[in-house]
Design a protein around this ligand. Structure first.
Ligand SMILES: NC(=O)c1ccc[n+]([C@@H]2O[C@H](COP(=O)([O-])OP(=O)(O)OC[C@H]3O[C@@H](n4cnc5c(N)ncnc54)[C@H](O)[C@@H]3O)[C@@H](O)[C@H]2O)c1
Length: 316
């Protein structure tokens, strides 16, 4: 596998793969800044490096052995990288919010995307919050979901800062497409507080009618446990909150008028594994862990397919 983008996300992912993956092997780290910490670290680990971007990757002698490419640059750079990768036969995991390919939140829809060649990993805020909305949607109709994601400024590199609009658009869309909400809205805050704050996420979901609150809570807790399977520092900061709005006491929504039903609020905190930046950067961890989970599942799925001639035939 190769990583394009030797910044915060790319470097965290490289360390995570080298420390923790039994199925993935770092084949190359690709950047455009020869002085970047990520390229320096990769070279120190004995990984092939190039500071010539995508063209440098394609020219590496071991490119023919690369099966999966992770793109951790920026949405604009990803679109250009994909143009050069799409006919090479590699599978691409897009960690930027470019959303060129379909979107994946592993605990919700990974099994639907085992054969994609470009899969988008949404955003850090999406990886943290969409599972909660999907958990509520699984047991009750969510008319509207709104999320607020706050991350430490220190953990947001120039690539992230160039992509704030894409963050809000791609995350909002994932709340609908994968979370199952009727409408979605996402807000991101880069907080410069010192000492740096841990990643926090607030999820609001408006559920129509008179839903079973116990079922909603159980579904949320079950989903949180699944996310903890690959991000151990993911936790509910307090109990799930419910507020009921009746005909006598409706919630006024500027766009659609009075709402009756229940507002579900989930407060999340994500402590990072501190593979690259310290533990406050849970936003790196939730994205790189999700991407690694997909790549490992892909590697398992495609090695099984390669070994099984019948499956290969069926796939042809
Ligand atoms: N930081 C986060 O919390 C976070 C979380 C999830 C997703 N993301 C997304 O990941 C991407 C990277 O974010 P980051 O915070 O690591 O930014 P960053 O600026 O630290 O890293 C981006 C890296 O990509 C390199 N780069 C830029 N264009 C390139 C190109 N054409 N070819 C090769 N390398 C190139 C840059 O030199 C830099 O090293 C962004 O799209 C961001 O939206 C960031």
């Amino acid at each position: 596998m190769a990583i394009i983008g030797s910044g915060n996300i790319g470097t965290d992912l490289m360390i995570k793969v080298m420390r923790g993956s039994t199925r993935l092997e770092m084949g190359a780290m690709v950047g455009i800044d020869p002085e970047s910490d990520g390229l320096r670290r990769a070279a120190k680990f004995g990984v092939a490096t190039t500071a010539e971007g995508i063209d440098g990757l394609l020219a590496l002698p071991n490119f023919k052995d690369i099966k999966i490419v992770f793109d951790a640059t920026s949405a604009g750079a990803h679109r250009a990288n994909w143009e050069k990768l799409k006919d090479t036969g590699v599978r691409v995991l897009d960690l930027t919010p470019a959303a060129v390919g379909p979107s994946c939140i592993p605990v919700v829809n990974l099994e639907d995307h085992l054969d994609d060649s470009n899969l988008n990993m949404v955003t850090c805020g999406g990886q943290a919050t969409v599972p909660m909305v999907a958990a509520i949607s699984a047991v009750a109709p969510v008319r509207y979901a709104e999320i607020v994601s706050s991350v430490s400024s220190r953990s947001a590199g120039p690539g992230t800062r160039a992509n704030i609009d894409e963050f809000t658009e791609t995350t909002s869309q994932a709340l609908v497409d994968i979370g199952g909400a009727g409408r979605g809205k996402a807000i991101m805050i880069l907080n410069p507080a010192e000492p740096p704050m841990l990643m926090r996420n607030t999820v609001y979901a408006l559920v129509e009618g008179d839903p079973d609150l116990g079922r909603i809570e159980s579904s949320i807790l079950e989903m949180a446990a699944k996310v903890q399977g690959y991000v151990p520092g993911y936790q509910l900061k307090q109990a799930v909150q419910f507020e009921t709005f009746t005909e006598e006491n409706p919630l006024y929504l500027p766009e659609s008028g009075n709402f009756t039903g229940v507002r579900v609020t989930v407060m999340l905190e994500v402590t990072g594994a501190a593979h690259y930046l310290p533990a406050y950067a849970g936003n790196l961890d939730i994205m790189t862990s999700a991407a690694m989970a997909v790549a490992e599942r892909w590697a398992q799925h495609h090695s099984t397919t390669a070994e099984n001639p019948e499956l290969q035939e069926a796939r042809a």
